[in-house]
Design a protein around this ligand. Structure first.
Ligand code: WQD
Length: 337
């Protein structure tokens, strides 16, 4: 299929582009590059050996989005594009609602106008709200921040679209904590500012860009007191998107929700020590107070995806750390401008 990947220059989007090409699909990328560097595209072309058509504009622009479907032959869409910083969403709710929902409105309208009926939507475990130990897809959804609400709302919007237009085939993919990098070390996670997330922060400490890791609390009700999360290697996550996309071509279900996670929890200290093993030395860290909004435990029940997609995570926490370290040590400052 010829697949439009929105946010295809981003962390998960770029890894999914590689997986799609490897599975024999053709790609078109649309990205406004507000949180990604154009350098990524060159890296993707080198990795895939293919020219990758890129359209650089903001998907909330209804006319440009509609025009894209006039000039490009598109069979399916994987929609990653969106703002995703929890803390920032609390400060700028209107930007988050306008951007994340507006881009989905423009995209789905253009799809329907051109008879493009397959959509894979990048949702998040954040829609499970608070503690998510073994969350299953039938759990009611809610959020505790505007970013999370944009995901809850987009899922509802897409369910309602599918009721009105049952010819649609929609996958709602709920990610847990994506980490890692392609084994080549040429693409990886490159936060534009100080990393909010644990793994890129540890990687920047290891490469000398940050002084030390702050561990946000060790008084949670978890085995070692630090936060437990379901880390999933981004290459496994990308494979889950390909499996979901191909399932849409074969299912009669208009809307399909799948958790993409390992089903296993890893604590902050466990991840830190695994990373120290990958680097071969101890990394400076200190225990500080809890971060507002954090939950103690969050991990998936991925059995629905395992059964219905024939997909499961393959890569270990050690591989997540080794692959992250290879990317970070080969690209200490991330992607060049
Ligand atoms: C993981 C653990 C922290 C940084 C977030 C979003 C979620 C999703 C994934 C988009 C927690 C601890 C972290 C640090 C630390 N994003 N930590 N020191 O919060 O589980 O999920 O990213 O969908 O919506 O909320 O990920 O990596 O920020 O935190 O101790 O410097 O690491 O307390 O226990 P999180 P995270």
């Amino acid at each position: 299929m010829r697949v439009l990947v929105s946010g295809g220059a981003g962390y998960i989007g770029s890894h999914t582009v590689v997986a799609l090409v490897e599975a024999g699909h053709d790609i078109v990328v649309v990205d406004d590059f507000s949180n990604a560097k154009p350098t990524v595209i060159g890296r993707l072309e080198a990795l895939t050996g293919r020219h990758i058509p890129v359209h650089a504009f903001d998907l909330t622009d209804v006319d440009k989005t509609a025009h894209l479907f006039d000039i490009e032959e598109i069979d399916a869409v994987i929609h990653f594009a969106g703002y995703k910083a929890v803390g920032e969403s609390v400060q700028k709710p209107l930007d988050y609602y306008e951007n994340n929902l507006g881009s989905t409105f423009a995209l789905v309208r253009a799809m329907q106008k051109h008879g493009v009926d397959k959509l894979v939507f990048s949702s998040s475990a954040t829609v499970y709200g608070t503690d998510q130990a073994g969350a299953t897809e039938d759990r009611p959804t809610f959020a505790t921040n505007p970013y999370g609400w944009t995901k809850v709302m987009q899922e509802q919007i897409l369910r309602d679209v599918a009721v009105a237009d049952p010819s649609m085939r929609i996958a709602l993919l709920r990610y847990f904590n994506p980490v890692g990098a392609h084994v080549s070390g040429t693409i990886g996670e490159d936060p534009s500012d100080i990393p909010n997330n644990l793994m890129p922060y540890i990687a920047q400490v290891a490469v000398g860009r940050r002084e030390k890791l702050q561990v946000f609390g060790d008084d949670y009700d978890t085995p070692d007191g630090t936060g437990v999360r379901d880390y999933i290697h981004v290459v496994d996550l990308a494979a889950g998107h390909v499996a979901a996309l191909e399932k849409l071509a074969a299912t009669s279900e208009p809307v399909n929700t799948w958790n993409l996670g390992s089903g296993r929890g890893t604590s902050v200290l466990e991840l830190l020590h695994a990373f120290e093993k990958a680097v071969g030395r101890e990394l400076p860290h200190e225990i500080v107070g809890r971060r507002a909004g954090d939950v103690a435990t969050s991990y998936a029940d991925p059995s629905k995806a395992n059964e219905e997609l024939g997909w499961r995570t393959q890569k270990s926490v050690e591989e997540m750390c080794a692959d992250t370290w290879r990317w970070q040590s080969q690209n200490p400052e991330g992607y060049p401008d």
